[in-house]
Ligand binder design. Structure first.
Ligand code: MG
Length: 271
């Protein structure tokens, strides 16, 4: 099996300081957590930005500050910027941070429901983001919230809009979207083109058992406060504790941990 790529998603759009004291929201805090998680074994950082009021922001200058601070630390972790939609609706807002030419960016290839809102990724938006990523040599991570999104990604690749290998992240356990069950995971894995690298991002109490199943199957794992604010029931977690736990589980099942450069090789990135 390939070495395990651990992605850290430290912030996301939803957790606030009122929900957990551990969520990093300023560029300085986000970078501190990313570096700590890299030192613990993470190879990819999935980055969201917040404004002064902790609200999700699409503003490129905030992402730029995070990237600059991260660069200054010398941390070699892969930078993956979110193009997720809670912070903006227009093509311009959703794509602003791609002008910073990160190595990777997230790309949802369909629409779904979140607990309190519809998460809309219309075909024109998807093609716009995919086109911009291709033009700038930004590797998309296909964010799969429902099975139809796999086929949409394959169709985009057939049209030449996404370079292969496609890399998938299965986001499971969001209320209103795909339940976090082994059966759903097996179906997703069977549905992607053979040989495509894949990751799971499990929200809710299934995140430990289902992530363990994924890594035993040869998949990769994303953890972080974006997906889970609790380490266990009643125990608010830090980002680094979530990484450390996955590293321990992986070692116990015989999976070594990928460095950022090993991850670059597996994902087909060129630095
Ligand atoms: Mg995200």
């Amino acid at each position: 099996m390939d070495n395990l790529i651990i992605t850290i998603a430290p912030t996301g759009n939803v957790p606030t300081r009122e929900m957990t004291p551990h969520v990093p929201v300023t560029p300085e805090e986000i970078v501190r957590d990313i570096v700590d998680c890299y030192n613990a074994g993470a190879a990819v950082a999935h980055i969201h930005a917040r404004d002064e009021e902790q609200h999700p922001t699409p503003r490129a200058e905030v992402f730029a500050e995070i990237l600059e601070r991260l660069e200054a630390t010398g941390c070699p972790i892969i930078r993956q910027l979110s193009t997720g939609g809670r912070h903006g609706k227009t093509l311009e807002e959703r794509s602003q941070n791609l002008t910073l030419n990160p190595e990777m960016a997230s790309l949802s290839t369909g629409s779904t429901n979140f607990p309190n809102m519809a998460y809309v990724n219309a075909p024109d938006l998807i093609e716009y983001l995919a086109g911009m990523m291709k033009e700038r040599n930004i590797k998309p991570e296909i964010e799969v919230f429902d099975t139809a999104m796999i086929n949409n990604a394959v169709l985009l690749a057939q049209k030449g809009m996404i370079r292969e290998p496609l890399q998938f992240n299965f986001v499971m356990g969001i209320r209103g979207a795909l339940p976090a069950t082994p059966k759903n995971l097996f179906h997703l894995v069977e549905s992607i083109p053979a040989g495509s690298p894949w990751t799971v991002s499990v929200i809710g109490p299934q995140h430990v058992p289902l992530s363990t199943i994924a890594l035993a199957m040869g998949g990769h794992v994303r953890v972080g406060i974006e997906d889970n604010i609790y380490y266990a029931k009643g125990d608010l977690t830090t980002n680094v504790r979530l990484v450390e736990r996955i590293v321990r589980i992986a070692r116990e099942v015989g999976r070594e941990i990928a460095t950022p450069d090993e991850a670059r090789e597996m994902l087909g990135l060129k630095r």
